[in-house]
Design a protein around this ligand. Sequence first.
Ligand SMILES: *Cc1c(COP(=O)(O)O)cnc(C)c1O
Length: 410
Amino acid sequence: MLQPVELSLEDMGDLAGIIPAKDPVVKAHYAPIPRFGEETRQSIIPVCEPTLAGNELAYVQQAVETNWISSAGSFIRDFEKQFAGACGVRYGIACANGTVALHLALATLGLQPGDEVIIPTFTMIATINAVTYCGATPVLADNEPHYWQMDPADVAAKITPRTKAIVPVHIYGHPVDMDPLLELGRQHGIAIIEDAAESHGAEYKGRRTGGLGDAATFSFYGNKILTTGEGGMVTTDNEEIARLAWNLRDHAFSSERHFWHKYVGFNYRMTNLQAAVGLGQVEQLEKFVAMRRANAAYYSELLADVPGITTPPEAPWAKNVYWMYGILVDEAAYGMNRDSLRVALAEKGIETRTFFIPMHCQPVYWQQFKGQRFPVAEALCRDGFYLPSATSLTRQQIERVAEVIRVVSQ
Ligand SMILES: *Cc1c(COP(=O)(O)O)cnc(C)c1O
């Protein structure tokens, strides 16, 4: 039987100090209605929820009524085309989720054991797992402190003759500084695969994420900016990568004859039902991006003068889509640490989530990276968390959240 890898905080040395406390219980908040003098239950503000405001239901109904519910229906092609177009590339390969989209994109590179793939340590576990699934060796880079993204200088320092790919992750909706990475890719013949799971609609120097490297991958999980429930996509302008990805996605059936396979393929297909939702979603991308940017601007306005709170940055060359509105808490200046502030928010019915725990601190990868340190990623993990960030957030909800942060440490 598979055994879990245990790692106790005692074994982590000073790294134990960055590991967040357990999530606090979010309490339904009771407030009196003045006129009746009785208590009423106020709704919890969730950290995230989908916005299904367009043609999603109509398209799903059409899929059911026409009997096309599996993975060969026309919504798949329509969704792939429209989403790829929104990224400024020609090809989209829809898949079951964002994790397998990453695996699929990396698989097209033909990685071999011993090949190295550079990823940020500050990311979600799927990025590193996809490298592991390929039998390749993940190599970790730190983030830069200005925009909380993968640091191109550290990536450059980690390149070896075995480096085959770099996977920049556009964390929380802000793009990575791509030009230095693309230059490294050209110099050394290294593929650049963006993990754009958190950055639908984000821009780097006026160009959309998802169209900046050799290929990119997206997630359409329920908490992402566009959702299909579960879903993912590989986007690329490279016809060879696209053809291979479509083929590997579908068991690598060969065109010569049926049931004839020249690769170890996968079943990573998306269903027409999910694609129907996805098409309804992608039609609203520009609107969602505008709403998220307006929400973030309002949060930042209300939190601007709170000592010890850092609001999310935006580089002059970037369009941040604020997948999650993250803040940093400086305990000394704010008068309370991150975990205590989260408890205070939870008491008021406000759900939050801590920043990622870096990959070199994960029990399952601890031995692999033991002794390596990444100061920026570690500080982000120690001080960062995100506030409710749904597209559908109202101004009143944002005010309620900001008010707690403004007064609770006084
Ligand atoms: C969500 C996410 C994924 C994985 O997507 P799933 O659809 O949940 O498999 C991968 N990378 C990053 C950075 C993510 O945020």
